[in-house]
Write a protein that binds this ligand. Sequence first.
Ligand code: NAP
Length: 236
Amino acid sequence: MTGSAVVIGASGGIGTALVRALVADARYPAVHALSRRGDGGVDGAIPGTIDLTDEASIAATFDRMAGDIDLLLIASGILHDGARRPERSLRELDADWMARNFAVNAIGPALAIKHVAPRLPRDRRSVVAALSARVGSISDNRIGGWYGYRASKAALNMLVRSASIEIARSRPKALVVGLHPGTVDTALSTPFQTGVPAGRLFTPERSVHALLSVIDGLDVAANGHLFAWDGREIQP
Ligand SMILES: NC(=O)c1ccc[n+]([C@@H]2O[C@H](COP(=O)([O-])OP(=O)(O)OC[C@H]3O[C@@H](n4cnc5c(N)ncnc54)[C@H](OP(=O)(O)O)[C@@H]3O)[C@@H](O)[C@H]2O)c1
């Protein structure tokens, strides 16, 4: 028996490609494609709404879904929003924008994991993967800047680790991990693509192909860790 696959951020560049790949794979009896608008867009997926900044919306969405969840992919996130940009200097720090980064990139994913954890099967492998970012690695930060985004992704990595430990107590075959998708040509990265070396700006499809291979290859030792698209672990 296999439970559903769920993609949060299904309207995004990477999220849409994830939904397409999961529907084509046909391994899961249902693929739920969740976004704030919930307008679907991929034939064969089940559209639904979710706003990660509203826990009632998260709870209601998962309450409406029947059965076990074998795969949760959290492909939502923000780096910029309208006039809001990642901070280049301490002078640009703004409490509301930092709080928004944390709400969408860290707290929302943690609340989604809270509501999905009881739905993970106890007797077989399941995977919860949150898209994080290499720039959320504290040890890898050599150029600074992007305060809110970096810090919210570092917080996400910690929340993933804590959840992985707790969930493993009741579901030893469950894996909770963070994934870095590479630099991917989406709306999120569009303003920051200058200077990305040729061949290092992935299409969403290329990134997703790599990420799903990484997920398939994970074993229990991977629980709580952060991996890049090429399968290599990223240190916190
Ligand atoms: N692209 C890259 O180069 C890159 C690199 C490293 C990490 N990542 C990470 O990969 C993930 C996906 O990024 P992407 O490039 O695919 O970005 P994207 O195309 O901008 O998609 C972002 C997604 O996040 C959703 N979202 C935003 N706020 C939300 C909220 N409050 N509740 C629910 N969903 C919300 C958006 O949904 P709406 O339609 O509802 O706005 C959209 O589906 C992000 O976590 C990002 O940090 C991307």
